[in-house]
Design a protein around this ligand. Structure first.
Ligand code: MLT
Length: 267
């Protein structure tokens, strides 16, 4: 799999698979590119997929503080390296914040933007306070406690009770991110700007994926935002939590496929 040296990290690793127009899939927190493993086979028959590991996760090295804007720069550097013109970028949660930063910084590169359980809104004070508490916990050496409490909460109650092995596997993957990596992602999320204005000026289609049981990004907040731009695709999965790639993979793959097909037809 390719890796490149960028201004952000001297080893930025990404997976590349399939053929067809480019679709970037950006992982959330605390995850890495295998987050998308349940749907990458399906999508790679129609699109060339690019799945970076953001610095501090997977195979990519964290060498300095990496902001959301730096994560967007990683995507841009991969697109340039691959000589891609316009691309569709789909981001899960934190990956959606990075996708929004990419769209804000490089609008000319965007054929479409898909926000999978994500939001344009910044952290509110309560959320920032909780992030600081988590950082403190991690710095005190309680990473295992933090991860094993946080990850199950990403899934709906029904799903996590029915599929403990999948939840355990995600906990294991999250444990591969070291303390500095976790803290860096927290800081990047806390400091991210409000990107809501982008919705009013976006010339590209925007997709919103919302889970009715999502404890992290409430579907109600998504529904308040999702009609602001000119061309919107909205999917609501009633029984799903924050992790549709595990909880509703068939629906997610189809919706991403249809959105991406539309974006390239209308670009
Ligand atoms: C994620 O799933 O990427 C994070 O939980 C998002 C967040 O904490 O804001």
């Amino acid at each position: 799999m390719p890796e490149i040296s960028t201004i952000v990290s001297s080893r930025l690793y990404y997976r590349k698979m399939g053929s067809g127009p480019a679709l970037f899939l950006l992982h959330g927190f605390p995850e890495s590119s295998p987050l998308w493993r349940n749907i990458w086979d399906e999508l790679s028959s129609s699109f060339t997929l690019f799945l970076p590991d953001f610095p501090g996760s997977g195979e990519s090295i964290l060498e300095r503080e990496t902001t959301m804007s730096d994560m967007a720069a990683c995507v841009k550097e991969i697109a340039d390296h691959e000589k891609l013109d316009k691309v569709v970028v789909a981001g899960h949660s934190m990956g959606g914040y990075a996708a929004l930063a990419f769209a804000a910084q490089y609008p000319e590169k965007v054929a479409g933007l898909s926000l999978v359980h994500s939001t344009t809104l910044p952290d509110d004070d309560e959320r920032k306070k909780n992030r600081l508490k988590s950082i403190e916990l991690i710095r005190k050496g309680a990473r295992t406690t933090f991860v094993s409490q946080m990850v199950p909460n990403l899934f709906s109650e029904v799903f996590r009770n029915a599929h403990p092995a999948i939840v355990a596997e995600q906990i294991e993957q999250a444990m591969e991110i070291d303390d500095d990596g976790l803290v860096n992602f927290f800081k990047a999320m806390m400091d991210r700007p409000d990107q809501t204005k982008l919705l009013d000026t976006a010339v590209f289609p925007i997709q919103w994926i919302a889970g009715g049981q999502d404890n992290i990004i409430s579907y109600k907040k998504i529904l308040e935002l999702c009609h602001r731009s000119t061309t919107n695709f909205v999917s609501y999965y009633e029984d799903c939590g924050h992790m549709s790639m595990f909880e509703a993979p068939t629906a997610l793959a189809k919706d991403l496929h249809d959105f991406c097909t539309y974006c390239y037809k209308s670009a």
